[in-house]
Design a protein around this ligand. Sequence first.
Ligand code: B12
Ligand code: SF4
Length: 505
Amino acid sequence: MNKILLYNPNPNPHLKAIDLPLSLLCISRFIDQENYDIQIVSENLYNNPFDVIRENAKKSIVFGVSSMTGHQIYDGLKATKIAKEANPNIKVIWGGWHPSIYPTQTLENPYIDIVVKGQGERALYDIIKRIEKKEENFDGINGVYWKENGQIQPNADRPLEDINTMPPIPYHLVNTEKCLIETEFGNRTINYVSSYGCPYRCGFCCEITVNKRRWTGLDAKKVVDDLEKLEKVFKVNGISMYDSNFFIDRQRAKEIFREMLNRKLSLRLGNMDGRTKQLVESDDELWELMRETKCYSILTGAESGNQEALDIIKKDITVEDNIKFAKKCHDYGIKVVFSTLVGLPIANSNFKHIAKKTDEQITSTINMFDQLLSFDTRHRGLMFLYCPYPGTPLYEESLKLGFQEPKSLEQWGAFTLYAKHTPWITKKQEFLVPMISSYLFMFLDSDTLIWIKERIKNRPLKKKLFVSAFKLLRIIAKLRWKYKFFYFPIDYKLFLFAKSKNKSI
Ligand code: B12
Ligand code: SF4
């Protein structure tokens, strides 16, 4: 059978790629049924991924790349050039979140032949069948954009398809051992997705554009079949959930937990994404089941401690919901990762006014965190500077306010969360927010030390040094947080230096 080469670019230049390339495994579901020779390449699967691409592109008919906005584009374009130079006849197909938002602009890149907007499973299968028949026309395949005689041709969008109609994830295509990571909830943790989409309308999120507020979830029994396989076959003991919103169908969530108990699974679920209001309003049965199945953590977009900001986002929750949620999670032994953001665009305002509002957002979010962290020292905070991601309502607002958007795929490759993109953010805010989020919150989280100790337990000298440095920084972080003293950040700068020397911190 023909060979299909797929590449998962590295999302972050500062960190090692670690997880299972789920997007590529999912799009392989149909083609794998027909025994195509599928090779999935990523940094964690091969030592020299670009050499592997160069060598194997020569034998492949298709080179597929998955990409979010940001560094994955940069890395994906490098790989694409290599594949096309090794085999000028190979058809290059890009899919994922960024190409789904900008299919035409992505296709304007001379190395890319085809773009898939939205779900990729069936689209990839249909494209390959046409390529095998030497067809150059992809008319009628929903979601597919292609180039014909230099012109970009679009198809109608692909409505979100029920994932229950699809074959299971073909784990055998990758060496799962190389995709296992150590987390707080399992030393053999793997990532998993049980649903696509989300019906909510948060102003910074591209779900609204890509999945058009629709949702499809795998039936509970099928989810637990996957989990059972991961536990029994691959000896996985932790699952990091990648659903945009795991709790959309709370009955389904309950059935998943019940079925996990029936089958006596011992792996732990972590990072399940859920909304504070929806979960606070859930009945106790759901919470009891989460306790019984030893769910480790919920990741929630608490977004802000400032109601005005929550309303700008159209989050449809209150600050009170966030606080009640933190308490409830503590009562049921569940850790929460609270994600927040500050520096939102405000319609018809000037930069001075937005900067003032950003200061208010920071202050009230810090106050909210004081309450959240007082319930449980395991709760973890995150605070980001708002970054205008395309395909979102607040992106349009940011453009009106003077945000300069990247104009090509290459330029989007240099667009990262870590750079300042919004002209209304002050230098002080730009420094303070990452310091609180990636430094202070990490040290305030009482689980961090236990977890790090476990990771380096076989290196006694390193462990001793690391633990001593950690304890010292933890004292400083606690004092800084207690007195809200964020000046003279020598400790933070030392931490950044250590981080720059060690990619796994
Ligand atoms: C895991 C994850 C990450 C991981 C890495 C992911 C990776 N690919 O390696 C990490 C933690 C690094 C990460 C970081 C960030 N992420 Co993130 N992340 C996710 C998450 C939760 C899961 C991704 C996933 O595996 N999904 C499961 C797969 C099966 O779905 P999928 O990727 O959509 O694939 C389907 C289609 O897109 C398509 N498809 C995908 N690839 C391909 C390729 C081909 C050839 C074809 C034909 C089709 C195709 O077919 C697939 C099956 O239908 C998503 C939300 C989500 N549920 O998808 C957010 C999401 C992708 N992240 C997002 C964002 C904003 C970020 C961050 C900027 C910010 C943040 N605070 O997290 C950073 C950016 C990092 C950077 N360097 O700039 C946004 C994307 C925005 C965008 N414009 O790209 C998402 C959608 C969340 C959201 N709703 O806002 N993220
Ligand atoms: S931020 Fe979360 S809740 Fe809001 S639309 Fe996106 S996935 Fe849904």
